[in-house]
Design a binder for this molecule. Sequence first.
Ligand SMILES: Nc1nc2c(ncn2[C@@H]2O[C@H](COP(=O)(O)OP(=O)(O)OP(=O)(O)O)[C@@H](O)[C@H]2O)c(=O)[nH]1
Ligand SMILES: [Mg+2]
Length: 320
Amino acid sequence: MTEERTTTSDPPMATHAGHPAFRAGHIALVGRPNVGKSTLLNALLGEPIAITSPQPQTTRDQIRGILTTERAQFVFVDTPGLHQSRSRLGARMNEAAKAASTSSELVVVVIDLGRGEPTLGDADFKLIEEMSAEFKTIVVVNKIDLIKEKVKLLPILERLSVLNQVVAVIPLSARRTDGLDRLLAEIEPHLPESPPLFDTDALTDKPMRFFVAEFVREQILRKTRQEIPHGVATVVERFDDSGPVVHIDVVIHTLRESHKKILIGKGGELLKQVGTDARARVEGMLDRKVFLKLFVRVTPAWQDSDALLTELGYSKVESK
Ligand SMILES: Nc1nc2c(ncn2[C@@H]2O[C@H](COP(=O)(O)OP(=O)(O)OP(=O)(O)O)[C@@H](O)[C@H]2O)c(=O)[nH]1
Ligand SMILES: [Mg+2]
C-alpha cells in the first residue's frame, strides 16, 4: 500500500454468455460497541486493517474494506458502535454509522449474545427491528465460540429471521473465522449487477497515514484503561517515504496533563512499548522499515470542539 489514496476504477467487466454478471456494492457493518464488527471486517478481508480492542468505542470513523472475488466486489463499511453519546465526537460516530447504512445496499447488524447461555437483549432486538424496518438486513450473531449450548441459539435465530426485510440470520465466530463463507454467499445475490467500484486489488479507500494513526491508537487502547484511551486522538504530522526507511511522526493528543504522564509512563516505558508495537503493525502493512516517533501533547476538550474534531481528522458525515 502506498501513501496515495486508492482511486476508483472504471473498467466495465464484460459479461460473457452463460457467466453470471459481476456484482458490486456496499455493505454496512453496524451494531453496538464491542460486538466484533471490526474483527469481522478483518476476518472477511484476511488482513487486520481495522483496529480492534476489548474496550468499547474503538472504531471512530467509517472504514471501507474491499474484498474482490471472481464474481463480486464486496465493499464492507466498518462503522463506530452505536451508543448514547455524551460528546460531539460521540455524535459524529453515531452519524457515521447511520450514514453508512443509508448509503449501502445491505446492512449487516452484528450482535453478541454473551457467554454461556445466549440472551438477546432488548436493545439489540430494538436495533434489529429499527434497521430492518428501513434497510435490507442480515443479522450476524457473532462470538458463538463463547456459547456453550448452541441449540439454545435456535429460538433466537428464529425470532429474528421472521422480521420483515431480515434476509438471513447467521451465527458465526469472527475471531475463529468460522461461518464467513456462508455470510458472503448470503450477501452476494443482494448486490446489484455492476462493474467493480474500486480497483480489484484495492484493500481499502483510506490512505496509509490513517492506518498509522489508528495503529498507534490501537496500542494505547490495549495498554491503558478507562478514560485515557477514550480521551486520545492520534494524528500523523510527518510521513516521509522518500528514503529507504519510512520516517513517520505521530502526535498523541490527550485531554489532561495527568493523562499525558500516564501515557509516557515511568522513564518513558509505556510510550516506548506503544511505539514498538505500533511500528510492527505499520511495518507489516507497508512491508518497509519504519522509524516511528511519538509526541504527546495536551489538547483540552478536543472531543467537544467542532473545529478541533475536524482538524484531528474526524470528518462530519450527515446521514440522509
Ligand atoms: N470470543 C470472541 N471474541 C470476539 C469475536 N469477535 C470479536 N471478538 C472480541 O471482541 C472485542 C471487540 O472486538 P471489536 O472488533 O473491536 O468490536 P467492534 O464491534 O468493532 O467495537 P467498536 O469499534 O468499539 O464498536 C475484541 O476483544 C475482539 O477480540 C469472536 O468471534 N469471538
Ligand atoms: Mg470497531
